[in-house]
Design a protein around this ligand. Structure first.
Ligand SMILES: Nc1nc2c(c(=O)[nH]1)N[C@H]1C(S)=C(S)[C@@H](COP(=O)(O)O)O[C@H]1N2
Ligand SMILES: [Mo]
Length: 372
């Protein structure tokens, strides 16, 4: 990695990104960003037509390499501030009570590439999202079995994957406050949409934390440790923070900010993906979600005039809601957008929500359509 970077630098191909922790840029997309975006694909917007995202269309975000784990020899360890440490095989876990939770997962960096200057990382546009039905053992059930000590403050989840980020070697690990960890809908999932987890989504077992940005849902889970002091691992203390500058300690990223997206109407031009649509009636549709509270409304902007969309019932408390709006398209170029509001009164901003790591940018989507 370091060698490649040095080489890149000497050829002048991508100076800025070659420095670990390089700051935001307005320069052209770098080779490192292209590499990340090829590994971590987004959800094609046409998949917003479906309630449930098929695994191959669901977005993927993996910091390091996808581990090649053998479910037969794999074990989950539960330890730390508990009465009884546990070591569980997949076979044992499958005998425990199971729940299925429909959850919209979204990467906290979704929208990052729309920012200017652009923080250097996975260059999401707006499609780092997907909704799946996750089945597995409620985390609270296993923590109950282990017996959490009174003085526990957080639970740390560690994956099998490891690498270096910001110069720090580590296994991917994140923590949750004990109160969140004990929620009834937080699940240790071994199936996605009814089939065993695909390798890229955390086989054989992952955590799913409904309502939180994706970084909380640790894949390839190997250990759960109950701790009596806040976790200070890299992915907790350095990454996933709303910071104004590199030196700002910032505040932790947690729940998903309200967002909506639309299925771009008509057909795309291959290279630009600009939309082309025949005049006449068309049903605009999309999905809206929030990890803070239920989505209470979606407005669709047609050339700057906002109209209320019709909302369907969501499949669950943290699953997206379908919205529709009939529109009669007349010839010309039109700018379509959508803006959701949630039960806390939060609504999507029209302007970019800039921060140093490019987190939680939920600004409204704009789709340009040529009607002809
Ligand atoms: N072990 C591990 N878990 C992880 C990650 C990772 O790199 N390693 N990435 C996180 C991030 S940032 C996101 S957005 C989600 C993505 O989940 P998905 O790939 O199943 O969509 O997984 C999270 N869990
Ligand atoms: Mo993410």
């Amino acid at each position: 990695m370091t060698q490649t970077s040095r080489h890149e630098q000497s050829t002048g191909a991508s100076e800025a990104s070659a420095q670990p922790g390089a700051g935001p840029t307005t320069g052209p997309l770098t080779r490192e960003e292209l590499q990340l975006s090829a590994r971590n694909h987004s959800m094609p917007l046409e998949a917003l037509r479906r309630d449930v995202t098929p695994p191959g269309l669901h977005y993927v975000l993996t910091h390091f390499d996808i581990p090649d784990l053998d479910a037969g020899s794999w074990h989950l360890r539960i330890s730390g501030a508990v009465e009884r440490a546990l070591e569980l095989s997949m076979a044992a876990l499958r005998k425990d009570p199971a729940i299925t939770v429909p959850v919209t997962l979204e990467c906290a960096g979704n929208g990052r590439s729309l920012l200017s200057p652009r923080p250097m990382s996975q260059p999401w546009i707006q499609e780092g999202v997907g909704t799946a039905h996750w089945t597995g053992v409620p985390l609270a059930y296993l923590l109950g079995k282990a017996g959490v000590h009174q003085n526990a403050v957080e639970v740390v989840f560690t994956g099998a994957d490891a690498g270096v980020q910001g110069g720090v070697p580590h296994h991917y690990a994140r923590s949750l406050p004990i109160r969140e960890a004990l929620r009834a809908d937080v699940v240790l999932a071994y199936t996605m949409n009814g089939a065993e987890l695909p390798p890229q989504h955390g086989y054989p077992l992952r955590l799913v934390v409904p309502g939180w940005y994706g970084m909380a849902s640790v894949k390839w889970l190997e250990s759960i440790e109950v701790v009596t002091a806040p976790f200070t691992g890299y992915q907790q203390q350095v990454a996933y923070r709303y910071q104004e500058t590199a030196d700002d300690a910032g505040t932790p990223v947690s729940r998903i900010r309200v967002r909506s997206l639309m299925v771009p109407p008509g057909v795309p031009d291959f290279f630009t993906r600009n939309r082309i649509l025949a005049p006449g009636p068309v049903l605009l549709q999309g999905r809206a979600w929030s990890g803070e509270g239920a989505v209470t409304g979606v407005e669709v902007g047609i050339d700057g005039t906002w109209l209320p969309a019709q909302l369907d019932k969501p499949a669950g408390g943290f699953a997206w809601r379908k919205w529709t709006l009939p529109w009669v398209a007349d010839p010309g170029v039109h700018i379509l957008s959508c803006r959701a509001t949630d039960a806390t009164g939060a609504t999507q901003p029209l302007e970019q929500n800039w921060n140093y790591q490019g987190m939680g940018n939920n600004m409204v989507q704009q789709v340009s359509v040529t009607v002809e």
